[in-house]
Write a protein that binds this ligand. Structure first.
Ligand code: TRP
Length: 455
């Protein structure tokens, strides 16, 4: 079946551009905001080990699967399934992905808004203190407002929308290529500072000395969900980015590189945060506000602390923006290819939709705080429903699709670049993972984590 779209398809222009964009999608608030607070809430090192296991055995094969599907079909998340299997409803997996993009963006743009706001707050000097009450106070007054957090959320949406409208090569690729290295360097600076705090050792042992009594079933689901969220997999973002990747790229190698670099950035964020948590008497399980109340204390007594703090939030904002581009691109590619919308209209409609849903997440810290869905605020619900339900579910179906539907020879041809790469052994391992381990393990963790089955 031939399903050509009217517009010529753009793509990433170089290998380095591909890595930058895919890594730009993976690295984001997930590393700098979510990884530390989820690790903190689940007891530290033991959780990290479970997370790494989920990353290697589940996240990585699902990422590769998405790239294979995307590159093979050169299609958006929905169109890709339709191209390979037009007679069965696999495209619903892509459809669920488009929906997930909206729900993730709903809370992601809210947090990104806080980060944008913190650029200005750190410049003003109000944050340069190591008193827990004071940094907590600044954070609370921001998020419990109405106009201020909404304003920043809108700024985030407009800026991200503008980059997306500029296109894949000139927008996504150009922005991510320059900024990723800068973020990395700044994290090194902060790590050095954090490690030199008196009492840093307690933070390190929290991060690296496992205590397995902390591992509960819901902690395992949280680790699995975090692995999906971190690698941007389970909802078709990597199908969409994969569709812009050249036939000559070595996809398995790229997935491994991305997963390793992403993990490094997460651990570096952990090293930036946990020593200060213990040095200044905060609690590691402070939840979503952890980053915002801890980071100021790291910079407080450091030479040029104010400048470094501004820089830190600028780079976090950029990392968040790179990640949001990949989320936005999912509905945009879907609307432009399946319905021939213009890129401009697709972007405008998408950010409008996200703005509407997202405002409920933002206001759930103030006027909507009493509105609960399944016992959770809007913000927590969007977060939980995507990371801990929709992404793992998407992962199961993507693995099943590649493992059981697409066909041995077809998958192999795509993974070996038509036989040019000698990765037969790797292919066999991958095949076992997507056929058996990923669907079965994820299903068990999902059902147990949601209390459907009990051990
Ligand atoms: N991985 C990003 C982060 O860690 C978030 C993200 C971007 C994402 N695109 C995604 C999560 C697609 C799930 C699916 O911040």
């Amino acid at each position: 079946m031939k399903q050509e779209s009217h517009v010529k398809r753009e793509g990433f222009s170089s290998s380095i551009g591909v890595i930058a964009a895919v890594l730009g999608s993976a690295v984001g608030l997930g590393n700098i905001w979510k990884f530390p607070y989820v690790t903190g809430a689940n007891g530290g090192a033991a959780f990290i080990l479970v997370y790494l296991l989920c990353l290697a055995l589940v996240g990585l094969p699902v990422m590769l699967s998405e790239h294979l599907i995307g590159r093979n079909t050169k299609s958006n998340a929905v169109g890709a399934f339709k191209k390979i299997e037009p007679r069965r409803p696999w495209f619903l997996v892509g459809g669920a992905g488009v929906l997930s993009a909206f729900l993730i963006m709903a809370f992601y743009t809210c947090v990104a808004g806080w980060v944008y706001a913190y650029i200005f707050k750190s410049a003003s000097g109000v944050l340069l203190t190591n008193k827990p009450q004071e940094t907590t106070q600044v954070f609370n007054s921001l998020v419990s407002g109405v106009g201020e957090p909404l304003f920043w959320q809108v700024v985030v949406l407009l800026l991200t929308g503008a980059i997306i409208m500029a296109g894949v090569t000139k927008g996504i690729e150009r922005v991510t290529k320059v900024l990723m290295p800068l973020l990395f360097i700044l994290l090194i600076v902060i790590d050095v500072r954090s490690l030199s705090l008196p009492g840093a050792a307690a933070g390190l042992s929290f991060l690296f000395k496992p205590d397995f009594s902390k591992i509960t079933v819901s902690a395992v689901l949280a680790a699995l969900g975090l692995a999906f969220f971190k690698l941007s997999v389970g909802m078709g973002a990597m199908i969409t980015y994969g569709s812009y990747v050249d036939k000559s790229e070595n996809l398995p190698k790229m997935a491994v590189k991305v997963a390793l670099s992403d993990t490094l950035v997460s651990l570096m964020a952990g090293i930036a945060i946990f020593p200060a948590v213990f040095a200044f008497g905060f609690k590691p399980d402070a939840g979503p506000k952890l980053l915002f109340i801890i980071i100021p204390t790291v910079f407080n007594s450091m030479p040029l602390g104010r400048i470094f703090m501004v820089l830190f939030f600028i780079l976090t904002a950029i990392a968040a923006t790179g990640a949001m581009l990949s989320l936005l691109e999912v509905p945009i590619a879907y609307l432009t290819e399946q319905y021939q919308w213009s890129r401009r209209n697709a972007t405008l409609l998408t950010i409008l939709g996200i703005g509407l849903i997202g405002s409920t997440a933002t206001l759930s810290n103030s006027i909507l705080s009493k509105v609960l869905i399944f016992g959770k605020t809007f913000f927590d619900f969007y977060d939980f429903a995507t990371s801990n339900v929709l992404l793992p579910l998407g992962g199961i179906f993507i693995a099943l699709f590649v493992g059981w539907q697409w066909g041995y020879a077809n998958v192999k041809r795509e993974m070996t670049n038509e036989g040019q790469l000698a990765n037969e052994g790797l292919f066999q391992v991958y095949r076992v993972l997507v056929r058996y381990l990923v669907p079965i393990a994820v299903a068990i963790v999902l059902l147990a984590g949601l209390n459907v089955i009990h051990f």
